[in-house]
Design a protein around this ligand. Structure first.
Ligand SMILES: NC(=O)c1ccc[n+]([C@@H]2O[C@H](COP(=O)([O-])OP(=O)(O)OC[C@H]3O[C@@H](n4cnc5c(N)ncnc54)[C@H](OP(=O)(O)O)[C@@H]3O)[C@@H](O)[C@H]2O)c1
Length: 326
């Protein structure tokens, strides 16, 4: 699979990576054996970049990756984790002392002395402009606990702020056919500053696979059930913040323009990977088949016509509600 350099990390990562929120919790149940099958299918298909977080299943996702790496020694995989959401979301919690504790826990879960990449996990907005936070992260690098750090953000203004800080190696942001705002300023700014872009929620939580209908139901312990209105975390993380039924209408249009030979999900992923400035796209998967199909999207090419169609659908259905918000 094609690889690109992930910003200031200097690491070569596959243009399709794997999101591993599903290996923890919040997506109904994914059992440990299935978690291992998802990781194995991804690697088999050329993926060498996993995104996880200390909070996914309160460590289960990190532990699943740790087990996979221990069972498969010698693999050259970059693992990006995240920290900060196991405590109340207050700026004063983003201290060196807390970072040390959080990082130590992730090192243990992942079975490694040095974390490849740690991302602040959508912290309160003031954290992104706090020089002391970056100093603390630099300290972790100099101590050898982490190799690089980056941020995961909800909004484009947060991304632009983080990009201004010289130690920021990567920015993770929602970018998909229903969320085009990062194309305006974030991608050009990241490229100019040599900051890698990790594009998350590429399938709008599965909507862009085209497999759901008005009648589809989601398990009680699936955020697509309990976070529809943003009751537990930012509503933009669930179906990318779009109204579910409007999303179904837009997907029906999207399906009309999918390139021949590609699935709807693959076209959605390939379109993101084709955007200038994107380093890697990290679809989540609930089984090995999805993981393999998503990795195969790396060889789907998208035309200018398709790109025009994606932009038309966004302008027609979502721009007014989505663009000012995130
Ligand atoms: N704040 C943050 O930093 C943050 C927030 C959200 C996500 N993330 C990261 O981004 C990753 C990706 O986002 P996401 O997992 O939220 O959403 P996503 O990748 O847009 O959607 C994942 C869902 O899409 C469906 N799917 C995936 N591949 C498919 C295929 N080939 N065919 C049909 N359906 C398919 C599955 O739904 P079913 O379960 O219905 O089969 C899967 O659970 C996460 O795993 C996580 O690593 C980070």
């Amino acid at each position: 699979m094609e690889q690109r350099i992930l910003g200031k990390t200097g690491r070569n990562v596959s243009i399709v990576g794997l999101g591993t929120w599903q290996l923890g919790a919040d997506w109904g149940n994914v059992d440990p054996a299935q978690a291992q099958a998802i990781l194995a299918a991804s690697v088999e298909a050329g993926v060498n970049f996993f995104d996880t977080a200390d909070v996914y299943g309160d460590g289960k996702s990190e532990q699943a990756i740790g087990k996979f790496l221990a069972d498969n020694p010698g693999l050259d995989i970059t693992v990006a984790t995240k920290m900060g959401r196991r405590v109340d979301q207050k700026p004063e919690h983003y201290t060196l002392a807390n970072f040390r504790q959080w990082v130590d826990r992730s090192r243990k879960n992942l079975g490694t002395d040095t974390l490849d990449l740690v991302q602040l996990h959508c912290p309160p907005t003031p954290v992104y402009s706090n020089a002391e936070v970056y100093d603390a992260l630099d300290t972790l690098v100099s101590e050898g606990a982490i190799r690089n750090y980056g941020v995961s953000v909800e909004r484009t203004d947060e991304a632009l702020e983080a990009i201004r800080h010289k130690g920021t190696a990567s920015v993770q942001i929602i970018l998909n056919a229903f969320r085009l705002k990062p194309l305006d300023e974030v991608l050009p700014a990241a490229k100019a500053a040599n900051v890698g872009i990790i594009a998350r929620v590429p399938l709008a939580s599965g909507l862009l696979s085209g497999k759901y209908t008005k009648e589809t139901t989601f398990a009680e312990n699936d955020h697509r059930n309990y976070n529809r209105n943003g009751d537990s975390f930012d509503v933009g993380e669930t179906f990318s913040g779009v109204d579910y039924e409007l999303g179904l209408k837009a997907v029906a249009e999207f399906e009309q323009i999918v390139p021949e030979g590609a699935s709807t999900a693959q076209a959605a992923i390939a379109w993101i990977a084709a955007q200038d400035g994107v380093t890697t796209v990290i679809p989540g998967a609930r089984n090995g088949e999805q993981a393999a199909a998503n990795a195969a999207a790396a060889s789907v090419s998208v035309s200018e016509d398709f790109d025009g169609g994606v932009r038309w659908i966004y302008d027609h259905y979502f721009r007014e509600a989505i663009h000012p918000r995130w």
